[in-house]
Design a protein around this ligand. Structure first.
Ligand SMILES: NC(=O)c1ccc[n+]([C@@H]2O[C@H](COP(=O)([O-])OP(=O)(O)OC[C@H]3O[C@@H](n4cnc5c(N)ncnc54)[C@H](OP(=O)(O)O)[C@@H]3O)[C@@H](O)[C@H]2O)c1
Length: 305
């Protein structure tokens, strides 16, 4: 494992469509909650940017930052040297790659950086498809939510061939505060599965503890204050506890994606002959909560705790 603290990003914009430019043009697919601020940071750092989003109105604001808004994934990758995908999941990513107007047939020689959380099986499948089309696949999911995405403070769990590390250093430098190179493509996703297992278990513990506090006749806010003043309360748990008590479930990380990530971790565990009893135990209630709160923040699981 190697860790890069990337230098400051390039300041010179590259002309759109010039694959030989020193600063490569970047195609960016998926301008959702995470993708939009990430793409904006790339544009601000001087990269030529070509963006695509299924709902094109959600990509339109990036035009104000100099990005070309493409009508299809295939159009987005024209002339790009690097492609970043930040779509919801594996199926959406595969469709953008191989579906009608998919990018894969159009871009031999491209470096494809897959940054969404798609799980181990999907990451492996996308890597195979990329190789078949002469595309270099880099698996680089991120740790950190919407606020770190906005401020360029994500942690990038990168994995892929050594030969692209230097090329991607300024790109990751514009997106995150730390890049950890973990090994061959797929290791980033495996690390992300572990971090997300930690995350969902922590949120479940937080919700359950607050609910238990209330049922004991204590003020949950006093428990949050206690946790905050002791090593027991991680900053993330305290932040989520605060939003739970405020009843503010505006999504930073949508519950539907948290359920997806918990399911991906459970599947990956089964795949290697083990299991995750805590994560498996929370899933039925989380799925049930997601029926009404799919697009709310994952802290909405407090409602049913
Ligand atoms: N939010 C977080 O805190 C966080 C942190 C780390 C990693 N992640 C991961 O990063 C990825 C993106 O998360 P997000 O929070 O940005 O999600 P989001 O706001 O829900 O955005 C999802 C993106 O995927 C697109 N999409 C969904 N289904 C699609 C389909 N069938 N075909 C084409 N495009 C489709 C959406 O397009 P439309 O605009 O058209 O719906 C949107 O661009 C997910 O894998 C998530 O698990 C999220």
């Amino acid at each position: 494992m190697t860790t890069n603290q990337p230098p400051s990003p390039h300041d010179t914009p590259a002309p759109l469509g010039d694959r030989t430019a020193k600063t490569p043009v970047i195609a960016f697919l998926g301008t959702g909650r995470m993708g939009s601020p990430m793409a904006e940071n790339l544009a601000r750092s001087g990269f030529g940017l070509r963006v695509w989003n299924r709902t094109s109105s959600r990509a339109a604001t990036l035009a104000e930052h100099g990005a070309f808004v493409a009508r299809t994934p295939a159009e987005a990758v024209q002339g790009a040297g690097i492609l970043i995908t930040m779509l919801a999941d594996g199926p959406a990513t595969e469709r953008a790659a191989n579906g009608p107007d998919g990018f894969l047939p159009r871009c031999p020689g491209l470096v494809w950086v897959q940054m969404a959380t798609v799980g181990a099986r999907w990451s492996a499948r996308l890597a195979v498809t990329a190789a078949r089309h002469g595309v270099t696949f880099v698996d680089a999911p991120v740790s950190g939510s919407q606020a770190p995405a906005r401020t360029g403070q994500l942690i990038i769990l990168a994995s892929g061939p050594d030969r692209v590390h230097d090329m991607l250093t300024p790109v990751f430098g514009a997106l995150g505060r730390t890049t950890v190179w973990l090994g061959p493509a797929g290791d980033g996703t495996r690390a992300k599965l572990v971090l997300n297992t930690w995350l969902v278990d922590l949120v479940e513990t937080t919700a359950e503890a607050l609910s238990f506090t209330g049922r004991l006749g204590l003020d949950p806010a006093s428990i949050v204050a206690l946790l905050q003043s002791s090593p027991l309360g991680s900053p993330y748990a305290v932040q989520k506890a605060t939003t739970m008590l405020a009843g503010d479930f505006t999504a930073a990380f949508a519950l539907k994606h948290a359920v997806k990530d918990a399911e991906l971790a459970v599947q990956a565990a089964y795949g290697i002959g083990t299991h995750l009893p805590l994560t498996e135990a929370l899933l039925p209630r989380w799925r049930h909560t997601a029926v009404e709160h799919a697009d709310d923040d994952l802290s909405a699981v407090y409602i049913t705790a």
